[in-house]
Design a protein around this ligand. Sequence first.
Ligand code: FAD
Length: 476
Amino acid sequence: DLILFWHRRDLRISDNTGLAAAKQQSPKVVGVFCLDPNILERDDVAPVRVTYMIGCLQKLQERYAQVGSQLLILHANPVQGIPALAEAINAKAVFWNWDVEPYSQERDRTIINALKEKGIQFLNQNWDQILNSPEQLRTGSNQPYTVYTPFWKNWITKPKANPVETLQNVEGLTEAEQEIAKLAGALTLPSAKDLGFIWDGELIISPGEAAAQERLEEFTAKAITEYQEQRNFPAVDGTSQLSAALKFGVIGIRTVWQATIEALENSRSEETAVNIRTWQQELAWREFYQHAMYNFPELADGAFRDTFKNFPWQTNEEHFQAWCEGRTGYPIVDAAMRQMNESGWMHNRCRMIVASFLTKDLLINPQLGEKYFMQHLIDGDLSANNGGWQWSASSGMDPKPVRIFNPASQTQKFDPEGEYIRQWVSELRSVDTEYLVTGKIPSLERHAVGYPEPIVDHKIQQQQFKLRYQQQKVLS
Ligand code: FAD
C-alpha cells in the first residue's frame, strides 16, 4: 500500500513524527510538498524566506532519493491538489503533521473531508513541531495559558518525547506511477526566482537538514553555555540562529531538546546549567506562542487586550517609511531595520527595540510593523511574530501593562561600544561612540555624514502614548 506524506512545516526526514508513523504503516512512502498560491500570493511573503524554503526542498528531494523514494512537488491549491494526487497515484492514506495556524487548521479540515469522499484515509494526527500539545497544557482551572511564567513552570514538568527514527529504506513510486503523478500535476521544483521572489543576498543559515544539525551542534557545544548574558548583545554571535530551521521544521524539535538535555548533563557548573535553562526557556516561548495561536486564533486579527482593540494609532506614512528604511535618526533603531532589510534576520533585542519604537514612539499600529517583519524575515512565523509584536505593543499576553524601551538606554546597555550600529549604519562609522550610544549626535555632524535628525522626540512621544493608553483604559 502506498502512503503519501504531505510535508508542510517539517522539511526533513529525520525526527519527523508523522513520517515515522507513515513508515510503520507501510514500506512504501512518497513525500509531497505543495507550493500553495494562497500563501505565496499573500502580500506578506519575504523573498529571503521563499529562497531558504526552496533550498530546503531541494535538499529534502536529495534525502528522499538517498532513501529510495521521491518528494513530489505540486503548485496548486492543496484543497484540490492533495486529494487529486492521492487518488491518481492510488494512495491508501495521506499523512501529515498538525499545524497551529488558523489558515492551516481550516484548510486541513476541508482536505480531510475531500479525502474521505474519495475513500482515502487520513490516519495521522501528530503534533510534530512542538514538544507538548496544547491539550496537555492547561491552568488549574482547565483554561489555556495566557501568561508565560506559569506556562513555563508547568511545561517544563511535562515529559518530552525522544527523537523519532529517521526515514530509511523506503519504496518509492515506480516509473509508471511517476508518469501518473506528473499527469496529476507533479512538477520539478522551481527556483524562488521562477516563483517571482528575488533574493540575491547570502542566507544566514544554509538550507537543509545537515546544515541545521551542524548549527545545532556548534551552538550547543559552546555558545549555549554563555547564552544568558551573550544573547543580549546584537554585535555578538551569541544566539543559535536556528529560527528559520525551526520555522520550516528543517530540524526536529525533539532533536533540539535532546541536545539541550545532553548539554545539561555535560555542564560542569550550576552557572553553565543556568545558561542552558535560559535557552530552553526561549524554546518554551516559541511553544507558548504556538499554543496561544491555536487556542486564540483571533490573535492573528488584532489586539488581545481590550484596551488596545480600538486604540487611536496614528497614521503617518512618512514616519512609517522612515522606520522601514532605517532613517529615523535613532541609530540603534536604524541599525536594526537595516540589518533585517539587508540580511533577512534581526537580533531579538533589536526586534523588541524597533517594535517598541514603532508603537510607543511613532504611535503606529503594530499590525503594520508585524506585516513589514513578515515581508522581510527569513524566520517570519505567524505565532512568534504576532506574539512578539503584541508583547512589544503591550496589546497581548504580557502581564506588564505598558512597556516602553528607551533607545538610548538600550544602546548603552547592549551596544555600549556602538559596534552593532557601526556595522549596519555605514555613515555613522566615524562618529564618536559617546554620540552613538546616547543618540545625541550634534546636528552639524549628522549633516556632515548624511544622517537624519531624529524624526520624533522620545520623551514627548512616550507621554503621548501613556496619555492615550490611560484614556483607552477608562473607555474599555
Ligand atoms: P535563539 O535565541 O537561539 O532562540 C532559540 C529559538 O527559540 C529561536 O530560534 C526561536 O525558535 C525560539 N525563540 C526565541 N525567542 C523567542 C520568542 N521571543 N518568541 C518565540 N520564539 C522564540 N521569532 C521567529 O521565529 N519568527 C518571527 O517572525 C519572530 N518575530 C518576532 C517579532 C518581534 C517583534 C519579536 C520581539 C520577536 C520575534 N521573534 C520571532 C522571536 C525572536 O526574536 C527570534 O526567534 C530570535 O531572534 C531568533 O534568533 P535565534 O534563532 O538566534 O534565537
